[in-house]
Design a protein around this ligand. Structure first.
Ligand code: BJW
Length: 232
């Protein structure tokens, strides 16, 4: 399977990667659907990552993001991030809100679900700020309009950023190899990119620790091991 995938990639002129939380798992960043531990075990990430969750208890949601920010600040890119960053012939579409691909040196990167290292005004006045990931502020007010600040990420029920979504959709439609790394592909519209690429004729290569029965070439195993072999 690895040889078949490498051979498809060698012929590809427009290879694209599409990644999810499994890419950063070996850096010590828990996946979205990993059971939470410690103080956060009783909370459901699907509820925390929503406008409704923020409206109900904004300080709690910001504390949850701050705990994740500290984890990401302490994490390092793993061999999969580094192998991807070395392929400057590829565009990388990611659902991840962490900055590990940037820190690995990836150039052309599309963040579909925003970035956890920024805050924005929750009322939409447009004010944004870079966050100190190692020592983030607790809940505070927008200095421009006085409403609460929130992480600059895409929550359930919110639209994806338009420019990034349109670019990702076009990249998927034009890709001849589409490498899907460490995502459960349960969240839409991002997961639709896989169908878009497949329908347009791309070879879909899936790297995941869990086996999958969807059409494509499946490389079952940890991204940190498989991706460097695939992309070298
Ligand atoms: C490894 C590994 C290792 C582990 N190596 N692999 C159509 C159908 C059904 C529902 C919808 C639909 N269209 C829209 C919806 C609703 C909703 C949705 O999709 N719900 C589903 C849950 C059903 N979508 C939305 O609301 C989206 N907005 C939208 O559609 O706007 C239009 C609209 C507006 C108003 C009304 C209706 C429509 C927005 C979605 C935003 C998602 N945001 C999050 C949170 C970001 C901020 C944060 O991080 O807190 O994004 S949710 C979360 O899921 C996060 C992730 O980016 C995303 C994807 O998760 P991912 O990356 O796949 O992680 P996991 O944990 O699920 O999977 C990890 C995988 O890795 C697993 O497969 C493991 O096996 C694997 N793995 N270790 C390789 N070492």
């Amino acid at each position: 399977m690895l040889e078949a995938a490498k051979s498809a990639l060698q012929k590809a002129e427009r290879p694209v990667t599409f990644s999810g939380a499994g890419l950063s798992a070996e850096s010590g960043v828990p996946t979205f659907r990993t059971a939470q531990s410690g103080l956060w075990a009783e909370y459901d990430p699907m509820e925390l990552a929503s406008p409704e969750g923020f409206a109900a208890d904004p300080a709690l949601v910001v504390d949850w993001y701050n705990q994740r920010r500290r984890t990401i600040a302490a994490a390092q890119p793993n061999p999969a991030h580094i192998a991807m960053a070395l392929r400057n012939d590829m565009v990388h579409i990611t659902q991840n809100v962490d900055d590990l691909l940037e820190r690995a040196g990836a150039g052309d990167l599309v963040h579909l679900h925003g970035s956890i290292n920024r805050d924005k005004c929750s009322a939409g006045c447009g004010y944004r700020e870079i966050v100190d990931m190692a020592d983030p502020h607790s809940l505070r007010l927008c200095p421009r309009c006085g409403h609460s600040m929130r992480p600059d990420v895409v929550w359930f029920g919110e639209q994806l950023p338009r420019v990034e979504w349109l670019r990702a959709d076009e990249l998927a439609a034009q890709a001849d190899a589409f490498i899907v790394i460490g995502t459960s592909a349960q969240v839409y519209p991002a997961a639709r990119l896989i169908t878009t690429a497949r329908t347009a004729g791309a070879t879909v290569i899936v790297v995941n620790i869990e086996p999958d029965s969807a059409p494509g070439i499946h490389l079952t195993g940890p991204a940190g091991l498989i991706v460097p072999q695939l992309l070298s």
